[in-house]
Write a protein that binds this ligand. Structure first.
Ligand SMILES: [Mg+2]
Length: 391
C-alpha cells in the first residue's frame, strides 16, 4: 500500500514588513522603482501584508514557506495525502480553470517540502539535481526620475558595479515606463559599452513599450549590443504570439516569453507558434516545483531553454536539477536600495538581496531536508499581524 501522510492543519501567518526607498509607480501602481521616503510591503505589488504558509501532517513533518492559501483550497487539502503531489496538482488546476489555469504554487512547494523532510533529503536531490552553485542575474528596479536609475549612465554604472564589485555574470534591466524611447536605446548601448563583452545583458520592458515601432527600435539596439534576450516588450504584457513571431522577422535578439501566460498547454501553444526562444517558468505562478519541472521538460522537448522567474529557495532546487537553463533571477535590485527583502531567513545568502551572491555571481543550493533553510520565526513573530488556521 502507498504511504498515506495526511494533511491535518494549515496555517497562514500574516506579517507586515515595509521596505523603504521604493514605490509602485505609474497610474496603475505596477512598476517598482526608487523613491526616497516611500515604502512598499514585502508582500509586493498591491499587497497589504506578507504571509507564511505552514502545512502540518500526521507524520510529524510540516512545511513552512513564504506563501498563502485561500479557504477553498485549504478545505480541499485537509485530509489529502501530502505525497500525492501530481494528483493534487491536477485537482487544483481544475479548480482554478478559467481563473489561473495553474495550481497555487505555494501548495505544491509545501508538498515538496514535506516530502523532503519525510525522506530527509533536499528537494533538489529528489528531483535528480547535481549542482551546488547557481549563476544569478541582477534584475533591476524600473527606471525612475528620482536620482536612482534615472539616466542611461546610471544603468551602465550599476551594471559595471555588479560585474566588477559583486561578481555578477549577468544583469537584466527593467527600463522606464512612458519615457522617451531614445533614452531606452541609448541605455541599451551604454550598458554594453560599460561592461564589455564578458557580461550577459538582458532587457525586460515588462510590457512598457507603446508601439511596435518602439519595440523595433529598442530591439535593434539589443541586436547591436548583443543582448542575451529581450523579454515581454509589447504593451499588453507579452501575450500576442503573432506579434512576437512578427518581431522575429526584424530582430535577431532571442525573445523570452511566457511570464504572463498561465498553463502548460498555453505555453506549449506559445512554443508551437514560434513566439519564444526562452520559456518563462515560475514556481509561484505556474504550479509550484511540479509545474516548473513540467515546463522544463516541455522546453527540452522542443530544444529550448527554460528560465525561472524570480529568486526563491524553490527555484534554487529546481534549477539545480534542470540542464536547459542559464541564470536564476535576483529581482529587483537597485544601487540605492540595499535591502529589498523581508529577512525571513537568518542568513542573507538565502534572501536574493543584491549582495547575496559569491564572488563568481553564484548562490548556493540548500543542503538541508526539504526546502533546506529554516525560517527565522523570531523575525516573523516580531512582525506578525495575525493568522488564519484551517483544521
Ligand atoms: Mg519579466
Amino acid at each position: 500500500m502507498p504511504r498515506f501522510v495526511k494533511i491535518t492543519r494549515i496555517t497562514v501567518t500574516h506579517f507586515d514588513y515595509q521596505i523603504p526607498g521604493r514605490a509602485m509607480a505609474g497610474r496603475a501602481r505596477l512598476d517598482m522603482l526608487y523613491q526616497p521616503g516611500s515604502t512598499v510591503s514585502s508582500g509586493g505589488r498591491g499587497a497589504t501584508g506578507d504571509h507564511i504558509l505552514t502545512v502540518e501532517t500526521d507524520a510529524g513533518v510540516r512545511a513552512e514557506l513564504p506563501g498563502t492559501v485561500d479557504a477553498a483550497t485549504a478545505e480541499y487539502l485537509l485530509g489529502q495525502n501530502a505525497l500525492e503531489r501530481d494528483t493534487i496538482w491536477h485537482d487544483l488546476k481544475r479548480m482554478l480553470r478559467g481563473r489561473g489555469n495553474a495550481p497555487p504554487g505555494s501548495v505544491d512547494i509545501a508538498l515538496w517540502d514535506i516530502a523532503g523532510k519525510l525522506y530527509d533529503a533536499p528537494i533538489y536531490e529528489l528531483l535528480g539535481g547535481w549542482r551546488s552553485k547557481l549563476p544569478v542575474y541582477a534584475s533591476t528596479f524600473h527606471g525612475d526620475e528620482n536620482g536612482g536609475l534615472t539616466r542611461p549612465e546610471d544603468y551602465a554604472e550599476f551594471a559595471l558595479y555588479c560585474k566588477e564589485e559583486l561578481g555578477y555574470q549577468a544583469l537584466k534591466s527593467h527600463p522606464w515606463v512612458d519615457g522617451p524611447i531614445e533614452r531606452e536605446v541609448t541605455t541599451v548601448l551604454a550598458m554594453r559599452r560599460a561592461v564589455g563583452d564578458t557580461m550577459d545583458l538582458m532587457l525586460d520592458p515588462a510590457g512598457a513599450y507603446a508601439t511596435f515601432d518602439d519595440v523595433l527600435r529598442v530591439g535593434r539596439a539589443c541586436d547591436e549590443a548583443r543582448f542575451f534576450w529581450l523579454e515581454d516588450a509589447f504593451r499588453g504584457g507579452g501575450l500576442s504570439m503573432f506579434a512576437h513571431r512578427k518581431l522575429r522577422d526584424f530582430i535577431k535578439t532571442p525573445l523570452l516569453m511566457g511570464e504572463h501566460i498561465r498553463g502548460l498547454e498555453a505555453k506549449a501553444d506559445m512554443i508551437y507558434a514560434g513566439a519564444a526562444d526562452y520559456v518563462r517558468a515560475s514556481a509561484g505562478a505556474d504550479g509550484g516545483i511540479t509545474g516548473v519541472m513540467k515546463l522544463a521538460a516541455l522546453a527540452e522537448a522542443h530544444g529550448l531553454d527554460v528560465e525561472l522567474h524570480g529568486g526563491s529557495l524553490a527555484h534554487r532546487h529546481c534549477m539545480a536539477a534542470i540542464r536547459n537553463t542559464h541564470y536564476l533571477e535576483s529581482g529587483g535590485v537597485h544601487p540605492k536600495v540595499p535591502h529589498t527583502r523581508a529577512p525571513i531567513y537568518a542568513e542573507r545568502k538565502w534572501l536574493h538581496e543584491l549582495d547575496s551572491v559569491d564572488k563568481h555571481g553564484c548562490v548556493d543550493v540548500p543542503q538541508g531536508p526539504g526546502l533546506g533553510v529554516p525560517l527565522d520565526w523570531s523575525f516573523i513573530n516580531a512582525h506578525k499581524t495575525g493568522e488564519t488556521v484551517y483544521q
